[in-house]
Design a protein around this ligand. Structure first.
Ligand code: PBG
Ligand code: ZN
Length: 320
């Protein structure tokens, strides 16, 4: 068959397209801070902002008008301590943000990132043992407690990003015990220890004060290990599986897609966004690159994409 007969014609070309990108595939990350009347641009993430809770209503209305259905929330507290207590306070920053959004936009899907690194004074994603190493088994009890406070505030989905072992099961048990059987878990199942998170850590003030996250996040030399991580999280009853980062990790996305029947999500992370924005700003790349990249994520097998590009791509898709 000569594909050119079809390719030469724009309409036919579109008719045979195998991959599509729709606005409902997009999840938009939002950073929430304490205070009032704050909408402040994040220096490391141009076009992204820190919002105080009172500014969320307007922002969500804008997202709804663009057809975007879901956000994932990150909280930046004023105070941090060794046990990250701000993460599981009833009146913590994320809990307040969830209540605010759900009270005004009940249909809008609010996903919460469940982790401790924004709340601990040492910046690690868990509780440290006496040697200064993250204690997996202690941490998962805290993680479950955080997830419960998010569900109590009205979160639709909880998304643990800490990469501790058995935390999906711990969260599931805690939610079920407290009447939240219907709140799904979106697990960062294959999350690599990556330099691509740099701009986010600046934005969230969550860089570890010593060491790195290689003890709990995955080694980017490995791919089989990701299959095992995904399998374990599915056994523990995860409802969605996240692979992260996205662009340089599409081989992992494809393998997860082919090996597991699950709701597969990719996280197009901060460093990927920052690189692309800078290249566009410098005139090196056309902004069409954003659409191309997101299509490639879908082609690799992703169902949903968490991306800082959500608003601009929603506008682009609308104009196509
Ligand atoms: C918290 C968390 C991180 C990201 C999402 N949740 C940072 C990290 O693990 O250091 C990264 C998101 C991004 O880079 O856009 N654990
Ligand atoms: Zn973390």
């Amino acid at each position: 068959m000569r594909m050119r007969r079809i390719r030469n014609n724009k309409v036919m070309r579109e008719m045979v397209q195998e991959t599509t990108l729709e606005v409902k595939d997009l999840i938009y990350p939002l950073f929430v801070v304490e205070g009032e009347n704050i909408k402040q641009e994040i220096p490391t993430l141009v076009g992204q902002y820190h919002y105080s809770v009172d500014m969320l209503d307007t922002e969500i209305t804008e997202l709804e008008n663009l057809g975007i259905k879901a956000v994932i929330l990150f909280g930046i507290p004023d105070n941090k301590d060794s046990t990250g207590s701000g993460a599981y306070e009833k009146n913590g920053i994320v809990q307040k943000a969830v209540r605010e959004i759900k009270s005004k936009h009940p249909e809008f899907i609010v996903i919460t990132d469940v982790c401790m690194c924004e709340y601990t004074d040492h910046g690690h994603c868990g509780i440290l043992d006496e040697c200064g190493v993250v204690d997996n088994d202690t941490t998962i009890n805290y993680i479950a407690k955080i997830a419960l406070t998010h569900a109590e505030a009205g979160a639709d989905i909880v998304a643990p990003s800490d990469m501790m072992d058995f935390r999906v099961r711990a969260i599931r048990e805690e939610l079920d015990k407290n009447g939240f059987k219907n709140v799904p878990i979106m697990s960062y199942a294959a999350k690599y220890a990556s330099s691509y998170y740099g701009p986010f850590r600046e934005a969230a003030g969550s860089a570890p004060s010593f060491g790195d996250r290689k003890g709990y996040q995955m080694d980017f030399h490995n791919s089989n290990e990701a299959m095992r991580e995904v399998e374990l999280d599915l056994d523990e009853d995860a409802d969605f599986i996240i692979v992260k980062p996205a662009l340089s990790y599409l081989d992992i996305v494809r393998r997860v897609h082919d090996n597991f029947n699950t709701n597969l999500v990719v996280y197009n992370v901060s460093g990927e966004y920052a690189m692309i924005k800078e290249a566009i700003k410098q005139g090196l790349l056309s902004e069409k690159i954003i659409y191309e990249n997101l299509i490639c994520m879908k082609r690799a097998g992703a169902k949903l994409i968490i991306t800082y590009h959500a608003k601009e791509i929603a506008k682009m898709i609308g104009e196509r």
